[in-house]
Design a protein around this ligand. Structure first.
Ligand code: PLP
Length: 280
């Protein structure tokens, strides 16, 4: 969150506007609702799958467009090249949360995005034993964000730096296996009668599959979500090998119910709005 919030705050001042896609990691959603206004920063959250409506939401004072793809937890896909094109036409900086994809699967800078952020706590750390984050950008923007990072104080201790370095040695191998496992699991769940819907961009019937194939050349990631017909808690309790845990991207398989964890702070109406089905 330090990487995300520092990158955002480095680009704006009081009176500016940030346009965000509306389906986001719950922590970012909540941070936007609670932090921006206090500093006089306007924001709006709009469905980015409808690019025309999204572009119409740009204001004269919009300084940043913020996206997350695949999104947490519904794995919606945002067309990065299209968003970057719109932003460039309006002279707006683009920032992405690339956590769910990992740097192995998706490099948004290749598609014109300006600033890439990661929760390194996930795939980069990869062993569920560090909390860290990263941002990647041009020299000019990195310098700007670095100044704000020094002011806000989001820096990593030496032991965590050492652990990140250890983890980077295996990230490609880990993520490739996680891609394979998630695809196999998604295909299996699709055929199960007690499962309501499976959300994984690697499935051919996912609304964002075609775009994901283009912008995720490394693979579709290790995260998938699905609906159970019945009580999700009972379902989770019955799992033998998959543990309930709130983080992701580690070497162990974990499961969570977002309504109780990452998205618990959204109101029921907000969750319903963000979760509505997308057209293919
Ligand atoms: C997509 C996404 N972005 C950002 C974060 C925040 O990460 P951290 O806990 O490392 O601050 C999370 C955490 O779950 C996440 O899922």
């Amino acid at each position: 969150m330090a990487a995300i919030m520092t990158s955002l705050f480095a680009m704006v001042k009081s009176g500016d506007h940030i346009l965000l896609q509306h389906d986001l990691y719950g922590g970012t959603h909540h941070a936007a609702l609670n932090e921006f206004g206090r500093y006089g920063i306007e924001h709006s959250m709009v469905d980015v799958s409808d690019l025309k409506t999204f572009e119409k939401a740009i204001r004269k004072n919009t300084k940043v467009i913020y996206v997350e793809t695949p999104s947490n937890p519904l794995l919606k896909i945002t067309d990065l090249a299209a968003v970057a094109r719109i932003a460039k036409n309006h002279g707006i900086v683009t920032i992405i949360d690339n956590t769910f994809a990992s740097p192995v699967n998706q490099n948004p800078i290749d598609f014109g995005i300006d600033v890439v952020t990661h929760s390194g706590t996930k795939y980069i750390g990869g062993h569920s034993d560090i909390c860290c984050g990263a941002m990647v950008s041009s020299k000019k923007l990195t310098e700007k964000i670095k100044q704000s990072a020094m002011h806000f104080g989001g820096s990593l201790d030496a032991q965590s730096c050492y652990l990140v370095e250890r983890s980077l040695k295996t990230i490609v191998l880990r993520v490739k296996q996680q891609n394979e496992n998630a695809l196999a699991l998604a295909k299996f769940l699709e055929g199960e009668s007690k499962i309501g819907g499976v959300y994984y961009p690697g499935l051919k019937n996912h609304p964002g599959h075609y775009i994901a194939r283009k912008q995720m050349p490394g693979g579709f990631g290790g995260m998938l979500s699905f609906e159970v017909k019945g009580d999700p808690d009972k379902f989770i309790k019955k799992l033998k090998y998959i543990k309930r845990a709130i983080s992701l991207g580690g070497v162990e398989s974990t499961i969570t119910s977002p309504v109780k964890t990452s998205h618990a702070k959204l109101t029921a109406a907000e969750r319903k709005h963000v979760g509505k089905k997308i057209k293919k």
